[in-house]
Design a protein around this ligand. Sequence first.
Ligand SMILES: [Zn+2]
Length: 428
Amino acid sequence: MKEYILSGARVYLGGTFHRADVHVQNGRFAAIAKNLAVPAGVPVISCTSYYIFPGLTDVHVHLREPGFSYKATVKSETAAAARGGYTTVCAMPNLKPAPDAPETLEAELSVIRRDASVHVLPYGTITAGRAGEKLSDMEGLAPLVFGYSDDGSGVQSESLMEEALRRAKALRKPVCAHCEVGSPDGAIHDGEYAAAHGIPGISSESEWEMIRRDIELVRRTGAQYHVCHISTKESVAIIREAKREGLPVTCETAPHYLVFTDASLKDDGAFRMNPPIRAERDREALIESILDGTIDMIATDHAPHSAEEKSGGLRSSVMGVVGLETALSVMYTEFVRPGLITKRRLMALLHDNAKRIFGIGTDIEVGAPADFTVFDPNPLAPVNTADFRSAGKSSPFAGRGVFGRVMLTAVEGDIVWSETDFVPKSML
Ligand SMILES: [Zn+2]
């Protein structure tokens, strides 16, 4: 059913919240105003205690197909995105085959066309096979991909990265870099917890040294460069300086780096990811940088794995945790409710900046595709991973009390997620 009215919500319109009714028809916002007349037969969903946000955007997710459907599928993970309030996600290329040319990308695109319930924009790899040795078919991929990334590993060769940035610049596409010198030989942050428990650590330098190298390459090439999942205090300082200089550099972090430190680690695979949860000084710097705008986006680095792969504790679980179904509530609970950031800033981090910087996602305005989410900010409940639609259940937020839940998410007017009994069955 593509026609309905959402009544009385606080709606995010052009940067501020307004109390309004929203009429959705033929996949678009047909009217947004106070006290809309209800045409005969059109269902009305009462939203007076809720917000309507634009459908959220996550520039960093792992959907696992093709190649790793034992972990998760495009179907399960886009369902998770919808439950989390997301309508646009950018899919990282850690796949088999890795999307390094139009032919290998087609395997991914065909699954997306068949099974995705939200908009999925794929990344192409920077290097062939994501192996770091020669560049992918960047020109062939360009019309089909959001941007380029070798997420999971840094491009070790400086000359190869410089060439990638030159070509991406000519193609007007961003390079989104996982910055890491070498390959991860540690398990967690190289800090107090690692030392106390005799667990091999991952240094902060391994991240920020590559960011510093790449920013020099951006200075030379002028390419649009986005740093994935920054986790250290030094990374923040380097990026802040690059932005002051006017370089086309942006970055993201993820909720777990803003909430946890290595003092809060438990010997549980749900706390193992790369980059790792860092020290308190890093967390403080990251929070400061979501306040001053150095960090442009909150991404989740949503990375589902099988239960077995996550069962090895901190020492031997595989890297990566899920995040799509907790990010909004966690950010709302930890930062908006205590007054650290405004709801408008939350929207910037979860939607507006991705639109401004990358031109992706949709605003709520008459005539635009009806991509949106209805958020109830009130209920307090522990995160229950059994409720996840994601096939991955490993979350550091498991059991943590959070405020808010997504009542409904729509993509081009189609309801792709709704809480039980929130809308009449006839509408689903
Ligand atoms: Zn990464």
